[in-house]
Design a protein around this ligand. Structure first.
Ligand SMILES: Cc1cc2nc3c(=O)[nH]c(=O)nc-3n(C[C@H](O)[C@H](O)[C@H](O)COP(=O)(O)OP(=O)(O)OC[C@H]3O[C@@H](n4cnc5c(N)ncnc54)[C@H](O)[C@@H]3O)c2cc1C
Length: 491
């Protein structure tokens, strides 16, 4: 029999089936295993790491890892300084990306990231059935049935950690003839060429930055203006903003335009692109050698929309509950980059980071606890003594990486029900909609001006009150004045 199937997870019935072996799938499997949840992991890849086997195309991430930091690498607090490693309870499984870095940069290269993920999969003994493609889906009463290249898998909950890297081309006449970002291979091929890039978000600026030393002329265009205030808070600014800098200074040969693309026409020697200004009057026509569509990506949802899975963003991303379950089809969950389909409160400035490893690694841990409870596995909810409450809250607000990275999205939640019980980390929106009559959620938020401050949400007899605390220039909240303020609020 072993010769018949040497791979783990033969087709059959499991409580949970996870699809994907990128960082989202690996983190989810690790957390489910810690909680003793029976699950299978399937992936059409041959090795762990998902998208990082191919992207970012120009080889360096936009998310930081600081190999040396004020916190020790083996601590939970260090996660705030390392936005790329997967997270674990065991010190020996923590911070596996920094040892792979050669320190040329505080942003790991794609290869370094991939090695860090592979080390995590190996040391945490995450089993994956590789080379197994999920092909179709159906529901049979309470079960989700996944049809795969290796046979049928039945489960009570399916977690799709399938990423958002399938090319999506905006519906512009003729743009389907352009090269999509994912197919841009060799920057040298653009030497002395005029290149029109459709899209002014991460992938558009990434390509433009890489082509600066090669192309003769680069035009980036999309209808919405570059949001300089948002960019100032985005990881993009670290890596890819030279094209914008050149344009903002009036530098020749690089243009960053606010324009709707009317059409792309193929000519004898290249392309003609006709655009209409959105923040300026008029039309322009560009004769260029190449057009690159950097208009984004979509999740490879296959037949899930036919099953009733609702989507947002032009069908590219699933619409999700606070616990990352399809809003419309119970039992279908998402992990990894696709967790951005649960937007959270989104009420203030810079928010959650669910589309990057630093954010979705925590979403995966919260999802695993949620699934464990749904499947009847008890999750520990330790009791706190009254005297521990305020120091614990101030410590979490100052150091918890979940709160610092998933700002205004994840919170430390405590319930008051015949004692003080630590409910763990939970989505803020779930807390606000929740039913526990007396409880508290502590998180970090950012206002429109970029000021970071701690905040407590207190639910008393079902009614929620919001208590923002003053900001601190060093974000240090473990001191007497915060202690007094929190005590006053709790009193
Ligand atoms: C160009 C680009 C650059 C990025 N840069 C960064 C960055 O610097 N830092 C950062 O944190 N994030 C970055 N991201 C976001 C990035 O997508 C995520 O961080 C991460 O790779 C997503 O992990 P994931 O597990 O959700 O999906 P992926 O890594 O995409 O993995 C998806 C997995 O699902 C599997 N799969 C898909 N469909 C099937 C199927 N039908 N059957 C079986 N298996 C299937 C795939 O084989 C793969 O194993 C970037 C994204 C893009 C597009």
């Amino acid at each position: 029999m072993a010769a018949v199937d040497e791979q783990p997870f033969s087709p059959g019935t499991y409580d949970v089936v996870v699809v994907g072996s990128g960082p989202g799938g690996l983190q989810t499997s690790y957390c489910l295993a810690r909680l003793g949840v029976d699950h299978a992991v399937l992936s059409r890849d041959d090795v762990p790491g998902g998208m990082f086997q191919r992207f970012p195309l120009f080889q360096r991430l936009i998310t930081w890892t600081k190999p040396d930091a004020p916190a020790d690498r083996k601590t939970r607090e260090y996660e705030w300084y390392d936005h790329n490693s997967l997270v674990a309870d065991e010190p020996e499984l923590r911070a596996l990306v920094p040892p792979e870095m050669n320190r040329e940069y505080d942003l790991p290269s794609r290869e370094e990231m991939l090695r860090g993920l592979a080390a995590f999969a190996k040391r945490a003994r995450i089993n994956v059935r590789y080379g197994c493609t999920w092909e179709a889906t159906r529901r049979e009463r309470e079960e989700i049935v996944l049809q795969t290249s290796d046979g049928e898998y039945r489960c009570r909950a399916a977690v799709f950690a399938i990423g958002i890297t399938e090319p999506w081309i905006a519906p512009v006449p003729g743009l389907d003839r352009a090269t999509h970002y994912v197919d841009v291979k060799d920057v040298g091929a653009y030497e002395n060429r005029r290149v029109f890039i459709v899209g002014k978000r991460n992938s558009g600026f990434e390509v433009a930055q890489a082509l600066l030393p090669w192309a003769r002329q680069i035009i980036l265009a999309s209808p919405s203006p570059v949001q300089t205030k948002t960019l100032a808070l985005s990881p993009l600014r670290v890596r890819y903003l030279h094209p914008y800098d050149e344009y903002a200074r009036g530098g020749p040969g690089t243009y960053v335009l606010d324009a709707a693309i009317d059409r792309v026409e193929r000519g004898a020697d290249g392309y003609r692109v006709v655009v209409a200004g959105t923040t300026w009057e008029g039309e322009l026509t560009f004769e260029v050698d190449d057009v690159i569509a950097a208009t984004g990506f979509q999740a490879p949802l296959q037949d899930l929309p036919d099953l009733g899975v609702a989507t947002v963003s032009d069908g590219r991303v699933p619409a999700l509950t606070p616990f990352w379950e399809s809003l419309t089809v119970p039992g279908i969950f998402f992990a990894g980059n696709a967790t951005q389909g649960a937007r959270g409160l989104g009420k203030r400035g810079l928010g959650a980071s669910s589309s990057a490893v630093n954010g979705f690694r925590y979403n995966a841990c919260v999802l695993a606890s949620h699934l464990a409870e749904r499947l009847g596995k008890p999750v520990s909810r330790p009791r706190l003594a009254g005297s521990e409450l305020v120091p614990y809250l101030l410590h979490e607000l100052s150091h918890a990486p979940e709160l610092w990275i998933q700002k205004g999205y994840l919170a430390r939640v405590l319930a008051f029900a015949g004692g003080i019980y630590d409910q763990g980390i939970a989505p803020v929106t779930h807390f606000l909609d929740g039913t526990v009559p007396d409880a508290l959620a502590a998180t970090i938020e950012v206002d429109e001006g970029g000021t970071i401050f701690p905040i407590l949400y207190l639910r008393r007899s079902g009614e929620v009150h919001e208590h923002p605390l003053p900001p601190h220039p060093l974000h240090v909240y473990e001191n007497e004045s915060y202690r007094q303020e929190v005590e006053a609020i709790l009193r």
